[in-house]
Design a protein around this ligand. Structure first.
Ligand code: ADP
Ligand code: MG
Length: 360
């Protein structure tokens, strides 16, 4: 039997009291939390904090099926690598599109921080996007075991994000988190350690990049790559016109002549280009109000909404959401690491034990 303590939608288990032997053993052991995100994978080591932060990318030679690179090295190759090298993102849309590659990523990242030779095998919490199926979770668990984990628990990302953002998820009053990742936007409301309402959309930072790319092609007549589109979004993008006043100059390929051309674009224009996916993100967040018990609405209205995930950093997004929802919206000071820090805090709730898989 695998440990899947914090199944999606389940309640948090009570804090555990550990035996002296259990505590001594745990001091020796190395517990890890992993955020297997659609854009970035982070690993948290209890006692050391965030020890790995890498893009969830893999470069594969499609002829031989061999993995050539992962993480930043693979992302670097995006849009540049010659055939037969392909750069893939196994979790791109919040589901595991490529099992083998996802397992490979998780295993390699875990091995980077945890060496097989270590005496004590770690207990590992893995956070997966909320759209992941049972079969996919099993694949993730399997990969963690292969990398040397002695126990594995799967936690839903919104719960970990809320814990990482310091929200009182176990309190009787409601807390609301909106986690905006690369591939998805996940919204959840927690009361007494359980989920009382949630919503999600397969729209996040990637959709914004695609919108920037399409805007450049259609409105500016210039072709750019995915990575350039992401950079443009970060340095000049905005969630609404008027929230930013930035003029960005960049180089691309003229769609008509095929030659390099330098163009300038203002954040207001980019905001218009990104309007549709931004609207979806905001609407998804607000839609959760209809689904939560009416009792909870005043809690959220007073405490506000907390934004996590890299998408929360989009200029003006919090301001726009606040305007549309009519209640306060806060961005966690370190939105990119909320999930992994939250999962790290949950490591203390894992059952102890020295056994291998299934034994306690
Ligand atoms: P995931 O959990 O899906 O791996 P992350 O929470 O790591 O995603 O967020 C990654 C997304 O955040 C990417 O789409 C990235 O472009 C976006 N992002 C990161 N920094 C910024 C920023 N300053 N402004 C806008 N978007 C950002
Ligand atoms: Mg995430």
């Amino acid at each position: 039997m695998l440990d899947s303590l914090f199944d999606l939608g389940e309640r948090l288990p009570p804090p555990r009291r550990r035996s002296r032997l259990g505590r001594a053993w745990n001091a020796l052991g190395r517990d890890l939390a992993v955020d297997l995100g659609t854009a970035n994978t982070l690993v948290f080591d209890r006692g050391h904090g965030v020890v790995l932060d890498q893009p969830s990318f893999a470069a594969i030679d499609v002829e031989t099926g061999r993995f050539l690179a992962i993480g930043a090295e693979a992302k670097e190759m995006l849009g540049r690598a010659p055939e037969p090298i392909e750069v893939i993102r196994p979790l791109r849309s919040g589901v595991i599109g490529d099992f083998e590659a996802a397992q490979f990523l998780l295993r390699e990242f875990l091995l980077r921080v945890h060496h097989r030779r270590r005496f004590v095998r770690p207990r590992v919490i893995v956070c997966v996007p909320s759209g992941v199926t049972q079969v996919e979770r099993r694949a993730v668990e399997e990969a963690a075991f292969e990398a040397g984990a002695r126990r594995v628990a799967i936690v839903s990302e919104p719960l970990a994000a809320a814990v990482g953002a310091g929200l009182p998820v176990e309190a009787a009053r409601g807390s609301m988190v909106v986690d905006i990742g690369g591939g998805t936007t996940d919204v959840a409301v927690f009361v007494l350690g359980g989920t009382v309402a949630n919503a999600n959309a397969p729209v996040g930072g990637d959709a914004l990049d695609q919108a920037v790319l399409a805007f450049c092609r259609k409105e500016l007549g210039i072709a750019i790559g995915e990575r350039a589109a992401e950079r443009l979004k970060i340095v000049g993008g905005a969630a609404a016109p008027g929230v930013r006043n930035t003029l960005v100059e960049f180089l691309g390929r003229d769609a008509a002549t095929g030659r390099p051309r330098t163009v300038r674009v203002h954040s207001d224009a980019l905001a218009e280009g990104m309007a549709e996916p931004v609207g979806t993100i905001v609407d998804t967040a607000i839609s959760v109000f209809e689904r939560m018990p009416a009792e909870i609405v005043p809690d959220i209205a007073v405490r506000g909404i907390t934004l996590t995930g890299g998408g929360a950093l989009l200029a003006g997004l919090a301001v726009r959401m606040q305007r549309e929802a009519g209640i306060p919206v806060h961005v966690d000071p370190e939105p990119l690491s909320c999930v992994v820090r939250g999962a790290g805090a949950l490591l203390d709730r894992l059952p102890g034990g020295m056994g291998r898989r299934g034994m306690e």
